[in-house]
Design a protein around this ligand. Structure first.
Ligand code: ZN
Length: 231
């Protein structure tokens, strides 16, 4: 429905993918439609991890996690992990170094704390809240990425957004791609629009989640700058 206006931006894939109140509302609607509840506190988070409703961010030689992100917040939904693994594989094949995930799952408790210290953070409660509270959303740091990599990211992410598999917003205060991934990303046959190959070396889209990545060695955890605390 809203995809029409986005389609006109196809030619402008190198322009930033700006966020909007409409996009944030859509992320809330879509994650609710996916049946995702907001994660209240650390006990709730631990319970969901124990039941495999949240899985580790797939750290690998192609994907590092910000070292300042607390270990029990390095989790996301399984289809979000599949998306990250696919993106990291395609990115590393072309650029031969990892990108950094700077935020993943958050709890309502933690988001309230962020609201107190950072005016850029989304609400923790109400109709429109940070989609990080569902575990479906991750942030990828822009720092360390070249202009060429930024353009590659935009060209890769925009078709996935147009296909209704993700929503992406670029944040500028803390320079990241904020990406909410929907269950449809991992559902074969649904929304079967493949991302356009944006450059030679792009990996073909996967229909199934990849096997779990081996645990990250300390060398794969970026010592990192600040974790992202925006939307
Ligand atoms: Zn974010």
């Amino acid at each position: 429905m809203r995809r029409v206006s986005l389609r006109t931006r196809r030619q402008a894939a190198a322009s930033p993918l700006r966020g909007s109140a409409e996009s944030l509302a859509r992320q809330n609607d879509r994650t609710e439609a996916d049946g995702l509840e907001r994660i209240e506190d650390e006990a709730d988070l631990a319970d969901r991890i124990a039941h495999n409703l949240l899985v580790p961010v797939p750290a690998s030689p192609a994907l590092v996690v910000n070292g300042n992100l607390s270990p029990d917040h390095r989790y996301c939904r399984p289809w979000t992990a599949a998306f990250l693994a696919d993106l990291a594989r395609a990115h590393a094949a072309l650029f031969h170094h990892p990108f950094e995930v700077s935020s993943a799952v958050r709890t309502v408790e933690y988001q309230k704390h962020l609201r107190g210290t950072n005016g850029n953070a989304a609400q923790a409660e109400g109709d429109i809240v940070s989609p990080h509270l569902t575990g479906a959303t991750i942030d990828i740091a822009k720092s360390g990425l070249t202009r060429q990599e930024l353009a590659w990211m935009r060209a890769r992410l925009l078709p996935l957004q147009q296909a209704g598999k993700i929503d992406v917003e670029e944040e500028f205060r803390q320079a990241c791609f904020h990406i909410t991934v929907y269950k449809a990303y991992a559902a074969p046959g649904l929304n079967a629009v493949e991302p356009r190959p944006s450059s030679p070396g792009s990996a073909p889209p996967r229909a199934t989640p990849p096997p779990p990545a081996p645990p990250a060695s300390p060398g794969q955890i970026a010592s990192g700058g600040p974790v992202s605390v925006g939307r």
